[in-house]
Design a protein around this ligand. Structure first.
Ligand code: URA
Ligand code: URA
Length: 214
């Protein structure tokens, strides 16, 4: 097995479009037998902010685009609440590019097989802010086992990518199952997190403007 942050020079030396084309024919794990479409990822390349979810569901598998089902529609609204528009302002991908049968949880071997694509995406997208939606994404990318209820809303650094600020957030599917908005609820926490994320984005924008003005 390769190490999580081992560079894959073969992929990183190619173009984004080429890597996407390779992923779309991928047969590195058994999910290729049941998928309809590979859901590589969607959004601007590069992009200051990127989100990594868990894995495609039925709607995503059908359309080949991430977060287009019920959870995806809620995600769109959550992002829009702080003026982050899809697909122009954020790049969205998943730890797995193919749908696990019946939406079962991603398996470690599938995530390992798929990791080089995500590593290549980080290389091409060059996000400054990385949102990890849900536990499988947090576990996989940050390699920590803390429950998401404890670490959401906190900033982390991505190992070997020290210039990327990472924030775990609740998965929108979890918010669909917990729709209350009262203080202290998952939705309330997500709203606080989104405001923090928006502040960080605005700060990045300001720094960019200042440096481009000499
Ligand atoms: N474990 C990891 O962390 N990454 C891999 O690619 C394989 C196993
Ligand atoms: N859930 C995810 O984690 N990703 C998607 O793309 C859709 C639903």
């Amino acid at each position: 097995m390769t190490d999580l942050f081992t560079k894959e020079p073969d992929l990183l030396s190619l173009s984004y479009d080429k890597v996407k084309a390779i992923a779309e024919k991928c047969q590195k794990c058994s999910l290729c037998k049941t998928r309809h479409k590979v859901v590589f990822g969607h959004g601007p390349v590069p992009c200051d902010i990127m989100l990594i979810g868990e894995a495609p569901g039925a709607d995503e598998d059908e359309q080949g685009l991430p977060f287009v089902g019920r959870a995806g529609k809620l995600l769109t609204l959550i992002l829009e609440s702080v003026d982050i528009k899809r697909p122009t302002d954020i790049y969205i991908a998943n730890t797995l590019k193919c749908r696990p049968p019946n939406n079962r949880a991603p398996q470690a071997d599938e995530q390992a097989a798929c990791w080089p694509y995500l590593e290549a995406q980080l290389h091409f997208i060059k996000p400054k802010i990385l949102l990890l939606a849900g536990t499988p994404s947090v576990k996989r990318v940050l390699q920590i086992n803390e429950p998401i209820t404890k670490i959401r809303g906190q900033w982390f650094k991505l190992p070997n990518h020290e210039n990327i600020s990472v924030m775990p957030i609740f998965h929108p599917a979890y918010l669909l199952r917990n729709p209350q908005k009262t203080k202290g609820s998952p939705k309330w926490h997500t709203w606080q997190d989104m405001k923090e994320i928006k502040n960080a984005l605005d700060y990045l924008k300001k720094v960019k403007e200042l440096s481009s003005n000499g």
